[in-house]
Design a protein around this ligand. Structure first.
Ligand code: BDR
Ligand code: CA
Length: 313
């Protein structure tokens, strides 16, 4: 099987880091053309730093990493140090990166890659606010038809929100961008909180990462150790939810997930529900489906895959 070409658009973040590691550990299924960074969990200077740290941890110093948008399209940047720590990657003690960022803007890289490759051959994998992807679509509307698929982490339906009662963080940070992406016409697969809150790192799952005994395995255990304190305190959950790795796990084994092809609209007007993903799960409207919205996950299968692949790094 030819590996699927992807661009990872990200704001690392410990869970973004695990998503990237999973992709880099799966070369038979995934070819990462480049990593584009956006402001989100922490400001852009830190997300570009963290993406490089993660690639160096995985032994991929040759990965192309680009800086992108440093703020949402029309709102002030909201960050999440309360979840991810001051650096965005708190937990493990990892060395400062030495690999360079690429010249050029992340948005131009996305546009150029989509134009340079045959239509329908590049999958976009956004793991943060959708600012880079929306900016690319605004700047070069022709790329929408060339995108094979957008597989993104964002939103929630029955789980509600995690940054406001109604909104999930990635969509809340840049609702305008999310609105552009959900309306762009490309096939979209959504990993909402309904799924990612089932991807919980329990003690046994964390021990399995640590027991790999490799630099990547131990770093993943230490990242989730740090990351879990927030969700345990706030939601009383059993461990850290690995939101973003759901995206890359889907590329390796889509059968781990179950969802519905439905209409999803983004709230961009009301301050009260700003950034809400209004997902027509029960198909109570005649609005046309525009996304496959996942609702369930085989959590044991997901962690078996993750542990196996992280162990290969
Ligand atoms: C999303 O927000 C970030 O904090 C995580 O990295 C993930 O992408 C979860 O709401
Ligand atoms: Ca993220």
């Amino acid at each position: 099987m030819t590996p699927r070409k992807i661009i990872i658009d990200t704001d690392p973040g410990q869970d973004d880091a695990v998503a990237i590691l999973l992709a880099l550990a799966s070369p038979d299924e995934i070819e990462v053309l480049g990593i584009t960074c956006v402001a989100g969990n922490v400001p852009l200077d830190l997300t570009t730093r963290n993406a490089r740290i993660v690639c160096e941890l995985a032994g991929h110093r040759d990965m192309r990493i680009f800086a992108g948008c440093d703020r949402p399209l029309g709102r002030k940047l909201v960050t999440a140090e309360h979840v991810h720590g001051k650096t965005g990657l708190d937990g493990p003690d990892l060395p400062d990166p030495t690999m360079a960022l690429q010249d050029g803007h992340a948005v131009d890289f996305i546009i150029d890659q989509l134009r340079d490759h045959a239509p329908g051959t590049i999958t976009l994998c956004p793991l943060g606010p959708l600012t880079n992807i929306a900016t690319a679509l605004q700047k070069a509307p022709d790329i929408a038809k060339r995108i094979a698929k957008i597989v993104l982490m964002g939103g929630g339906c029955f789980e509600g929100g995690n940054i406001t009662p109604a909104a999930e963080f990635n969509i809340y940070v840049d609702p305008q961008a999310a609105d552009i992406v959900f309306k762009c016409g490309a096939p979209i697969v959504v990993m909402p909180l309904d799924v990612t809150h089932k991807a919980l790192v329990t003690r046994a799952r964390n021990d399995a990462f640590r027991a790999l005994g490799t630099a990547a395995g131990v770093a993943v255990a230490e990242m989730t150790d740090f990351f879990e304190r927030f969700d345990k305190e706030k939601y009383g959950s059993a461990g850290a939810p690995l939101h973003d790795p759901c995206v890359t796990a889907y590329l390796v084994d889509p059968d781990l997930f179950n969802g519905r092809h439905i209409n999803v609209e983004i709230e961009t007007q009301s301050e009260l529900t700003m950034g809400m993903t209004v997902a027509d799960w029960w198909r109570v409207t005649d609005r046309p489906p525009n996304a496959t919205f996942m609702g369930d996950l085989d959590a044991d299968g997901f962690f078996a895959l993750l542990t196996d692949r992280i162990g290969r790094l």
